[in-house]
Write a protein that binds this ligand. Structure first.
Ligand SMILES: [Zn+2]
Length: 271
């Protein structure tokens, strides 16, 4: 879409339909902050435009094939223009590097002890075991096995890196919503879990909140690539215990009524 400010802002100062979908697209593509200043400042101040963009964003970011039947027009818009999500991304990347260094050190240790008993090293890796049995049968010199261990260790490290990249990279579109305030009337307060908490993959997560909202609530979890992986509407008025085990990774969750998003948070699951 060609950018033309006159098509995007109508004569009464609000965003046109074209402008609404343009802003929602930029939000999804992670370019929201690059929108012209006059647009950003209008959106920041205008509830009507905010909620329209949010509704468009929500429709556009739905997995294809799902039809949105919910009325999201009353959803409140998050505060986008903070650097919080950039800092969070940096922390997660640093954590990833730390894990890589640990794995790397562990692999070096394996290599050293590998001189004595190379065949027992990767007991849970069938490919390695098969390969190493063949090596033993062929009576290949231990220096060759060591060389192969290095290749295997390097490959394991690559797999670790790929896993971290795939499952722990923050989602730019969701980061914009994390811990944002969605309601003007402030009648919702999340008590548990703490913001951006870390969990073990088999932990039960206890959610607790204070609210005077009486409408039915839904809790939805997404993975870091935006795929919905869990949804429950069986939620009491003030608490919920999630006993669902997740594979290690970064997840985002949303607590909502049919008309409003009450809270948008994220959770790290580790082994
Ligand atoms: Zn407006």
């Amino acid at each position: 879409m060609n950018f033309n400010i006159n098509k995007i802002i109508t004569s009464n100062g609000h965003l046109s339909d074209e402008g609404i979908s343009y802003c929602a697209e930029q939000l999804i593509e992670g370019n929201y902050e690059d929108l012209p200043e006059e647009l950003l400042s209008h959106i920041e101040e205008c509830h009507k435009c905010k909620k329209n963009i949010f509704a468009a964003y929500d429709n556009l970011s739905k997995p294809s094939g799902l039809v949105d039947t919910e009325d999201k027009t009353k959803a409140k818009f998050p505060v986008f223009r903070s650097n919080v999500f950039k800092i969070a991304a940096a922390i997660i990347i640093l954590f990833g590097l730390f894990v890589l260094i640990q794995v790397s050190i562990k692999n070096s240790d394996n290599k050293l002890s590998g001189n004595q008993k190379p065949a027992e090293q990767f007991s849970d890796d069938t490919v390695n075991n098969t390969q190493q049995k063949t090596d033993v049968e062929d009576d290949i010199a231990s220096s060759d096995i060591l060389a192969e261990d290095e290749v295997n260790a390097e490959r394991d490290l690559d797999e670790q890196k790929t896993y971290l990249t795939d499952h722990f990279t923050p989602s730019e579109k969701f980061e914009a919503f994390v811990n944002a305030t969605f309601r003007d009337d402030n009648d919702f307060e999340l008590v548990k879990p703490e913001k951006t908490q870390e969990f073990k993959i088999n932990d039960n997560i206890e959610f607790k909140w204070k609210t005077n909202i009486t409408e039915p609530l839904t809790l939805i979890f997404y993975n870091n690539s935006g795929k919905e992986i869990f949804r429950s509407s069986q939620i009491s008025k003030t608490s919920y215990t999630l006993n669902q085990s997740f594979s290690p990774g970064l997840y985002y969750y949303k607590l909502e009524t049919e008309e409003n998003i009450l809270f948008f948070g994220k959770a790290l699951f580790k082994n």
